[in-house]
Write a protein that binds this ligand. Structure first.
Ligand code: MIC
Ligand code: SF4
Length: 650
């Protein structure tokens, strides 16, 4: 039987297991990336494990999330990260050089390689045929130390693209259409592999908008085959020699198939406050727009900003609206500046930001109360913009620019008709991506050879070995689709404590209940209860680390998001699955007790656990875990387990 492209790359990198859906496999990782808000823990854990040198072909430390450095704590983090990259042999991308995914695709992403990154949008280079997966920080640490990455073999879904995008429909609309159809949990446990005649009609950057936002579907990864478009892009970024042709076998078998006819697509928009709340733009036309932002790792490339710039040429941003362009990389800013587009856009009323995540995680450009903000980003979870009751819509740069011109949400096709002379800009790649590399410090150019830790850089929190009893209050009962932004928000006042868990844990679940952290500390133990897809969104391991630090021992949820589930194991919290009826019966404040000897049950491979509620009713909860995951839990988390492994020489 023929192989899918995913299977071919996995086969090439397989060090343990077999490529059978649901089986645990260990794969070799060629490249790792980390960023500033997850990277400090990555390196602190690297140090705590006693590792002394990066072992992967490429390791890159980007500084992109908190580049405004409005507090010395951010700058100290960056100073520490530069010292860690220098000391251990990683590339260091200075603050302001751009978002990890954009800078990585420009400099390192290559067909056939594997990439593991401590950021959920790591799958972006799947658009170039790289198999890229997002993970918690400690998984990246361990891979960077040369160990395999373990994962349950996902289902492989064939997303067959047919036809060609009509005018004004874009790559963003392809992924919004998938979100509309499949929802934010539709991709959990799956890798989406794109095939079909529509593939060759999309340039590599367009493909990367799609693979980037596969994360919003909960997918493990998304990947495109490689072809002339891939080769063309690699040539333009000056890395033609890294091209390799990669296609699935003709008789490859997939677990499922979805067909998207590109020619049926029209401009779409995700309404507040979930990326899958998608409707045609025409359905929401006419709403006043206070703010428009073009940028982020989804649509912050040169090719994303250029269409907006072309649409604004000879026009102005409406007086009702503020428009901000935040390029994904300094290279994009530099090229647009040299070509005169930055000046054109400024003259039209655009405010230019440095290349950063910024507004995407509530750092700067916080929307006004009770106002509409249209953004080309990938996420619009409630409160993520920095204001609790926000109204953030997600759309393509074309739809964003149309709204900026009109001052209202409008389908660009309708704006074109109104304006008469507004042409669809289409997609255009530069002849050469020729931005300066001054901000990317290679391992050979490193300026530090020892770690520099400011006062905000704390220690890695540790947990004891798993005990026999888990009993305590259900401290919080939550609904479906709780995001890591709910668990540990990322806004500016909180982000600076990513290296200081004692302080950061004060904000745990504050977005759901601001008394939670205090109650958890007082209770010194307890469990969380949640609905479906608990922990969706980011890779931030702090969303497991902080509850662990506050004494949470187990999470009982109807289902878990992939990366967060792994993070719970990594920090010694038992993730138990419960059914809908059990969920309905447990109330916040109930006393929950696991009747089994937890340590024995976890280590002996027991799957069903008995949960007693209020000393009376009994329910069944399931631990669906591999032997390795059980060992990690038993050890009290991945750091302790890795150390144990090293000491026993295995
Ligand atoms: C996000 O988009 O939520 C982030 C901020 O990039 C996170 C990483 C983090 O929390 O530091 C992600 O996606 O993993
Ligand atoms: Fe940055 Fe937003 Fe992309 Fe996360 S989703 S990496 S915060 S731009």
């Amino acid at each position: 039987m023929g192989q899918t492209l995913t299977e071919k790359i996995l086969d090439d990198h397989l060090v343990e297991g077999e490529l059978e859906t649901g089986e645990e496999i260990g794969i070799e990782i060629d490249q790792v990336l980390t960023q500033d808000t997850t990277g400090t823990m990555v390196w602190l854990q690297f140090e705590a494990m006693g590792l002394d040198e990066v072992q992967t072909e490429i390791a890159a430390q980007y500084c992109d999330h908190q580049t405004y450095q409005f507090d010395f704590k951010n700058t100290d983090d960056h100073r520490f990260l530069r010292s860690a990259a220098g000391t251990y042999g990683a590339y260091f991308s200075r603050p302001g050089n751009g978002i990890c995914h954009n800078v990585h695709r420009e400099n390192f992403a290559a067909p056939g390689k594997t990439l593991l990154g401590s950021d959920s949008h790591t799958p972006t280079p799947g658009g170039l045929g790289e198999l890229a997966i997002g993970a918690g920080g400690i998984d990246v640490t361990v891979a960077m130390g040369g160990a395999p990455y373990y994962i349950e073999m996902p289902e492989i879904v064939n997303v067959r693209l047919e036809g060609e995008l009509p005018e004004w429909a874009t790559a963003k609309d392809v992924i919004l259409e998938l979100l509309r159809r499949l929802s934010v949990k539709g991709g959990v446990g799956k890798i989406l592999e794109y095939t079909g005649p529509g593939v060759e009609t999309l340039t590599a950057p367009e493909r990367m908008t799609i693979t980037n936002m596969g994360t919003e579907l909960g997918a493990t990864s998304s990947i495109f085959p490689t072809d002339e478009q891939t080769e063309d892009y690699l040539e333009r970024v000056g890395r033609a020699d890294e091209y390799e042709e990669l296609q699935p076998d003709e008789d490859a078998e997939y677990d499922d198939e979805i067909v998207v006819d590109l020619s049926d697509l029209e401009p779409l928009i995700a309404q507040p406050s979930m990326p899958d709340n998608v409707v045609p733009v025409r359905e929401v036309e006419g709403q006043d727009v206070n703010q428009v932002i073009v940028g982020s790792c989804t649509n912050g490339g040169y090719e994303d900003i250029l269409p907006a710039a072309k649409m604004l040429e000879g026009r102005e941003v409406n007086k009702k609206t503020e428009m901000i362009v935040a390029p994904g990389s300094k290279q994009a800013s530099e090229m647009l500046a040299r070509e005169g587009w930055v000046a054109e856009m400024m003259a039209a009323g655009v405010n230019f930001s440095e290349a950063t995540c910024g507004a995407c995680i509530g750092i700067g450009h916080v929307p006004a109360s009770d106002s509409v903000s249209l953004r080309t980003f990938n996420r619009n979870f409630e409160g993520r913009s920095g204001i609790e009751d926000d109204n953030v819509f997600l759309c393509s740069p074309e739809v964003a620019a149309a709204a900026a011109i009109k001052g209202e949400i409008i389908d660009p096709r309708d704006l074109a008709e109104e304006e008469g002379d507004l042409e669809a800009p289409g997609i255009e790649l530069p002849d050469e991506y020729d931005g300066s590399k001054a901000d990317l410090i290679t391992p050979d150019e490193a300026v530090d050879d020892e770690l520099v830790k400011g006062p905000n850089i704390g220690d890695v929190p540790l947990k004891d070995q798993l005990g026999s009893d888990i009993a305590g209050e259900a401290l919080l009962k939550m609904e479906d689709n709780i995001t890591t932004d709910h668990i540990i928000p990322a806004t500016q006042d909180i982000l600076m404590y990513r290296s200081n868990i004692d302080k950061l844990s004060e904000f745990t679940l504050s977005r759901v209940d601001d008394t939670f952290a205090e109650r958890a500390r007082e209770a010194d133990g307890g469990v969380l209860v949640a609905g479906e897809n608990y922990g969706q969104g980011s890779s931030r391991e702090h969303a497991a680390m902080c509850p662990m630090y506050l004494g949470i021992e187990a999470v009982l949820a109807q289902s878990f998001a992939r990366i967060h589930r792994a993070n719970l194991f990594n920090f010694g919290i038992v993730p138990l699955t419960i059914d809908e009826d059990t969920y309905a019966d447990i109330d916040q404040g109930d006393e929950v007790e696991i009747v089994d000897d937890v340590y024995d049950a976890v280590t002996s491979g027991q799957e069903e656990f008995t949960v007693r509620v209020n000393g009376d009713e009994e329910y069944t909860a399931t631990l669906d875990a591999s032997e390795r995951e059980r060992d990690i839990l038993a050890a009290g988390g991945k750091l302790a387990w890795t150390k144990e492994q090293a000491e026993s020489g295995s």
